[in-house]
Ligand binder design. Sequence first.
Ligand code: G16
Length: 555
Amino acid sequence: MQINTVQTSAFGDQKPGTSGLRKKVKVFQHPHYLENFVQSIFDTLIEKEGMPTDATLAVGGDGRYYNRHAIQTIIQMAAANGFARVIVGQAGILSTPAVSHIIRKYKTFGGMILSASHNQGGVDGDFGIKYNISNGGPAPEKITDEVFAKSKVITAYKIADLAEIDVDTLGETSFNGGKFTVQVINAVQDYADLMQSLFDFSAIKNLLASGFQIKFDAMHAVTGPYAQEIFINRLGAPAHSLMNCVPSEDFGGGHPDPNLTYAEDLVKIMFAGDKAPDFGAASDGDGDRNMILGKNFFVTPSDSLAVLAANATLVPAYAKGIAGVARSMPTSGAVDRVAAKLNIPCYETPTGWKFFGNLMDAGKVTLCGEESFGTSSNHVREKDGLWAVLFWLNVLAQKNTEKTKASVEQILKSHWLEYGRNVYSRHDFEAIPTEAANIVMAHIKAQFESLPNQTFGSYTVKTCDDFSYHDSIDGSISNNQGVRILFVDGSRIVFRLSGSGTEGATLRIYLEAFEPDSAKQSVDAQVALAEMIQIALKISQLKEKTGRDTPTVIT
Ligand code: G16
């Protein structure tokens, strides 16, 4: 096996965002761009963690354009940089939670996930790479910061001269007298087995056999094969329960983001009146996000987390109770109310799944969630779309017996009755010129001293700040994680720039108000939050500074 050292020069823009490096495919296709970033990861690992001689790397992606090319390059570079083994999903496919599970199950050194998640794919779309560490979770900032530092000074990378690996055929190929091996594994089996070990599959099977109708939309992305195995083969759902379940390199030309805007086809089916299925769900490009719908009903991700926490003991894996919960700062406080009642801790972290890893490893939390359609537990160290869907189905199976019936909407309404409702919405303004977005954020921060005690209509500002997180496990501090305007009555507006987009800046405005009065809990969130939306526009001067006041996406 010949190892070549290739001279290169640094790119200045390889800074990992909220979840790995995401850029246009055309940027990744620039000569040496992919290789520079992969080498910077390997150099960081060798320096910070020391590479054991038997190190294994798990590699897989969401099937988007450029995955296949990147996988071959990563295998060749892993061979040249001292890995002993690479485990690849068949056809290069592995969902993000499946990679996390494989890292944990086979005790690999780490894993590389090739995905730009919910961003569009295809030749003109986005590509991305993220590195996950040996606990199965996204690399923490101390690693991603170092990767960026190395990427700015890189001068050479190492790559082995290997024949192309047939990633479509299961099996092992060895090189260099067995010193380096590539194993192509079934992408679905291990993950489906894990799900079956957590949930009551026979109860869900009975629910589906009783005529309870579901619709799952894989959005032409990675969860298609997983859904086929789990819902059809193992749970006996009829074939028409699935839609868009064949992964395609450009996600059928769509935007694989499971929200009310981009999962439009599913939303139409679920809001079709009486003939709508009882339960609907969608997942994103790499299978870590989920959207939950009932018949003519949308469940916000924040509420979903709260409902799962409140009902956790109905699921075999969590029957003995949960140790604690965590949510990202912009996620609503609905789960905090459940935690208070269960008398378990609730942690508030910055946006990004990587911040949950330490808490889970330390046994402090069992369930975690984010408003960005992410929910999961300590069964892996990533958010997990299908896990959330199965959790809901397991809860529904327990609440729909011969004697009792409960729809998704009823479950939510009784939850609000018991805990009150955290009315919540997020307004996204995508592709704003970066400079204009920075001016908006600076303008809000400049008002930190003058805002407290000011009254806007029915709301009076109590405090405002830029959220900082102190990780109680490793002591690290993460600053500038989102601007919070907190009102006297507990309502809040959060402004934050996305760290996962690839075009200009995306400004997110998160709005939350608490409604304890059951008579008002059914009011549409946009109506209930209308005044706060105007306050957010006024404080930020968004229209004046960007020309924009209509969100691209409302969730
Ligand atoms: C990623 C992260 C999530 C984060 C989300 C949104 O999701 O894994 O933890 O909440 O981005 O981040 P932002 O608001 O910065 O765009 P995914 O599904 O894109 O990997």
